[in-house]
Write a protein that binds this ligand. Structure first.
Ligand code: GLN
Length: 489
């Protein structure tokens, strides 16, 4: 049961074979047994979890089941929740309690989900290894000497080790897909504007998007169908987004007639040879399922990381200016005057990586440099968007590796931010173009999971889910689970 998919647990609940209370207890027990080894959860309130589960069983008995009735879902510490602290794994938000629930949290509650707790992450979602967290690093259940990826590392680790059957993450430059890839689970980043950002602590507002991290493709669809939809409280939430039949999209068992673009820029020297081999084997499998592989080019790919590391820090420097210690957040002891209070509070509250982003962002936006950096980066962003538009004139979907390497050891890249930034080389362009992307497990290299990334045109998550479901139906990579946490390898 612990390694079951969300949809399997749902069937058991619907058949009366188990109850929300039993399910919640099972995962709480697993968290108690394994969280010390992984540091995947940074906040857990067992009494609150059990109260939600009891309420869910009662609701089911009285009114029938809602879309996610009684299903446990953990959320990254970036989502504002009325219950418990919301700290974005930063000292500047230590013990902060949000006055309201994020829109997606409200949606989950309305669908009957049981919120399990807050998961570890890189501070303010800035990182690719979960090592910048103020609560210490999270570990990869496949090998606890290794990082789980980031920034949604806690959500990934918790799902991979079955401390929860599903979790929410956020993805600004790859933070759902890269950790999903490195821990052998499925992660979906919806089209920008599909999911409301209200109540999600902002990193880079033009890129941030929330999405599910799950054991199967269908589970990702179940959650996205609940959390997506227009919200008048977020100006970037799109009002007339095309509606999809999320679950029906997952019924696909073959790829007949599907044209899959394989961009040459994503298969380059420097990528791990075993990662490459796994992804190429997956593509062969797609051909066997009836797909046609088409060589394509996304010529501006190599500019994506550079453009992102101007745009994301620029937006972050503006978003993070609100942490002034006046109305909320950490305040230094005995400030001499207002300026001293601002500077010392921020100096004490933010970690090194967050400071680096604020400084580079403020620099890129400063007068005299704006045209040279920020404006240029925005122009590059448009070129990258255009690359995808051109590619999708000829193909239905694009397939790539999610990450050029498998998980790396804790501490291996912390001294070298540039190497760390390259972790997202295959995921960042998708955010810059606002497209939906999905990572699913497609093999192992050196006993660590490898992920296959699917990229679809805007609003075509159904195409992503269809291709990923067809692939999943003929492989068993998604059923693998780390032995040391009770799974079958
Ligand atoms: N690793 C990237 C960064 O540090 C992406 C993070 C994210 O998607 N939140 O900015």
């Amino acid at each position: 049961m612990p390694f079951s998919s969300l949809s399997h647990i749902q069937t058991r609940l619907d058949n009366g074979e188990t109850t929300a209370v039993e399910v919640a207890q099972l995962y709480l027990d697993r968290i108690a047994a394994h969280n010390d080894a992984l540091n995947a959860f940074v906040h857990i309130d067992p009494a609150h979890v059990m109260a939600q589960a009891e309420a869910s069983d009662k609701y089911r008995a009285e009114h029938g089941a809602r879309a996610l009735e009684g299903l446990p879902i953990a959320v990254k510490d970036i989502f504002c929740t009325q219950n418990g602290p919301t700290q974005c794994c930063s000292n500047i938000l230590k013990d902060f309690h949000a006055p309201y629930d994020a829109h997606v949290i409200t949606k989950l509650k309305e669908a009957g989900a049981v919120l399990v707790g807050k998961t570890n992450m890189d501070e303010f979602a800035m990182g690719s290894s979960n090592e910048t967290s103020a609560f210490g690093p999270c570990r990869n259940p496949w090998n606890t000497d290794y990082i789980p990826g980031g920034s949604s590392g806690g959500s990934a680790s918790a799902v991979a080790a079955a401390l929860t059957p599903a979790a929410l993450g956020t993805d600004t430059g790859g933070s759902i897909r890269q950790p999903a890839s490195l821990t052998g689970i499925t992660g979906l980043k919806p089209t920008y504007g599909r999911v409301s950002r209200r109540g999600i602590i902002a990193f880079a507002s033009s890129l941030d998007q929330a999405g599910p991290m799950t054991r199967t493709v269908k589970d990702a669809a179940m959650i996205t169908s609940v959390i997506s939809g227009h919200d008048s409280g977020d100006a970037t939430s799109v009002a007339d987004a095309p509606e999809l039949d999320w679950l029906a999209a997952c019924d696909k068992k073959d790829m007949k007639g599907l044209r899959i673009g394989v961009p040459k820029e994503y298969f380059v020297e420097g990528m791990d040879t075993e990662v490459r081999a796994s992804v190429e084997a997956a593509l062969k499998q797609c051909q066997a399922l009836g797909a046609e592989l088409v060589d394509i080019s996304l010529p501006n790919t190599e500019l994506a990381v550079a453009a992102y590391y101007v745009i994301a820090p620029s937006e972050a420097s503006a978003n993070l200016s609100r942490y002034d210690s006046v109305r909320f957040g950490h305040r230094c002891e005995n400030p001499e005057d207002l300026l001293d209070m601002y500077t010392r509070s921020r100096d004490e509250g933010f970690g090194a990586e967050v400071k680096r982003r604020i400084l580079t962002g403020a620099f890129a936006l400063s007068s005299g440099y704006y045209d040279a950096y920020y404006l240029k980066a925005q122009q590059v962003r448009t070129m990258i968007q255009q690359d995808f538009i051109t590619a999708f004139e000829n193909v239905d979907i694009i397939a790539t590796p999610t990450s050029p390497v498998t998980a790396f050891k804790l501490g291996e890249k912390t001294d070298d931010p540039l190497t760390m930034y390259l972790s997202d080389i295959y995921t960042i362009a998708v955010n810059l173009a606002g497209l939906p992307g999905l990572s699913q497990p497609c093999g192992f290299a050196d006993d660590l999971p490898v992920g296959l990334q699917w990229i679809a045109p805007a609003w075509r998550e159904d195409v992503l889910l269809g291709a990923a479901s067809a692939y999943e139906s003929t492989t068993d990579w998604h059923t693998k689970a780390p032995q040391s946490f009770g799974g079958e390898a």
